[in-house]
Design a binder for this molecule. Structure first.
Ligand code: ATP
Length: 385
């Protein structure tokens, strides 16, 4: 791993940067097959101009393939890539008005920082005098003005990442594509660079499409998160929507810290906004949750965030819904938050409870102690699949 603990350049500054004319991106029935293997299947997605979109999902789910089809580095098997109002499937990468930042930065080792940033402009036939002005401006934007004469190997990981960004941004693309741009940085630099990326995106007003497998990165950067699984889109939403209302068991598991219970729908009370759905969970009883339509008899699940649970120190009322008997299995102090692993007494499965450390300290429980875990119907999200 490359770390950037020495020779940190100043952070991204805010010189005036004229906004670019951003374009939106539309994917229509986009599919990529490698032989008989389907890497991306029938994807439909609208990314508004000037927004920050993160393609989020586990390794192998098809995010990089999708990004590469937008860039033109990978040919679509079927479907359309539309940038602005142009179908670009048949255009080479250089004609798409996009630029790409690669995971390993892909800087030219024999060129200086200045020459690396200049490269794209040279390729586009920009005049020498204009090139100089634009490269200098861009190095100032990413806080590397003093590093123009250095070779990439003489820079820290964070600085190399900024050179890669400057090299992509200097061509003023309408869409910037970023493939795991922070994955080679250590944790503290990752967090710092994350906020700089967001700042640059706002400053330029450009459409950013970023591939990541880290939900914290997607949550902190994106206007729109696209959660992918096995070549499909599972959910598209704002970070708040994905966090508080996952649409499937996969998303609820992937965003983490959700307790998921699988059962059978036994009753549905329709409502104008969300239906009240009753789920019978084997061994655990009746759970009431909120969701869109459901059919009585279907197998489905519900999800409750670990931080929306409450612990009550008394025996459960056998007629009450949304509560179960648990035993404290392990207590993990993580700073502001304490994570408590709970063993469901009826099934032996595990559940997670998260609480502010300050609140836990006020009423701590011992490992092995029996309590009741409960939650409100409003916090219990119905997951049809
Ligand atoms: P990661 O986070 O690990 O990069 P990803 O979500 O970006 O994963 P992709 O790189 O898009 O995943 O790959 C999607 C699937 O397509 C994977 O199963 C991968 O093995 C397969 N794949 C990618 N490129 C090729 C190729 N050139 N030939 C055959 N299969 C490929």
């Amino acid at each position: 791993m490359i770390t950037g603990t020495t020779q940190q350049a100043q952070t991204v500054s805010t010189p005036y940067v004229a906004p670019v004319h951003a374009e939106g991106v539309m994917l229509r029935s986009l599919t990529k097959k490698y032989g008989s293997f389907v890497a991306v299947e029938n994807i439909n997605l609208d990314i508004p101009a000037g927004s920050y979109c993160c393609l989020l999902g586990p390794s192998g789910c098809g995010k990089t393939t999708t990004l590469r089809m937008i860039a033109g580095h990978e040919e679509a098997t079927s479907g359309d890539v539309i940038i602005g109002d142009r179908r670009v499937n048949d255009l080479p990468p250089a004609k798409r008005n996009t630029a790409m930042v690669f995971q390993n930065y892909a800087l030219f080792p024999h060129k200086t920082v200045w020459q690396n940033v200049e490269f794209g402009l040279k390729m586009r036939g920009v005049k020498v005098s204009d090139r100089a002005q634009r490269v200098n401006e861009m190095l100032e934007v990413v806080g590397l003005s003093k590093f123009g004469d250095r070779k990439p190997t003489m820079l820290s990981g964070g600085q190399q990442q900024r050179v890669a960004l400057a090299r992509a941004l200097v061509t003023r693309p309408q869409v910037l594509l970023l493939d795991e741009p922070l994955s080679a940085l250590d944790e503290s630099l990752r967090v710092k660079t994350r906020s700089e990326l967001r700042k640059l995106q706002r400053q330029f007003g450009m459409t950013f499409i970023q591939v990541t497998h880290a939900q914290d990165e997607a949550f902190s950067l994106a206007d729109q998160i696209v959660v992918m699984d096995h070549g499909h889109i599972d959910q598209i939403g704002t970070p708040a929507e994905i966090f508080s209302a996952p649409a499937s068991r996969f998303v609820a598991r992937f965003v983490g810290d959700n307790n998921i219970f699988v059962g059978k729908v036994t009753h549905v009370t329709p409502n104008t906004n969300t239906a009240l759905i009753q789920l019978e969970v084997d061994g655990l009883g009746t759970f009431l949750c909120r969701g869109q339509a459901a059919d009585v008899g279907m197998t489905a699940a519900c999800s409750v965030r670990a931080d929306r649970m409450v612990l009550k120190p008394h025996t459960p009322d056998s007629h009450a819904s949304n509560q179960i008997s648990v035993r404290v299995a392990a207590v993990e102090f993580t700073g502001y938050v304490t994570r408590v692993s709970l063993l469901l007494e009826a099934t032996g499965e595990e559940a997670l409870y998260k609480v502010r450390t300050q609140d836990w300290m006020a009423q701590p429980l011992q490992e092995g102690e029996s309590v009741v875990l409960g939650w409100s119907t409003e916090d219990c999200i119905f997951l049809p699949h």
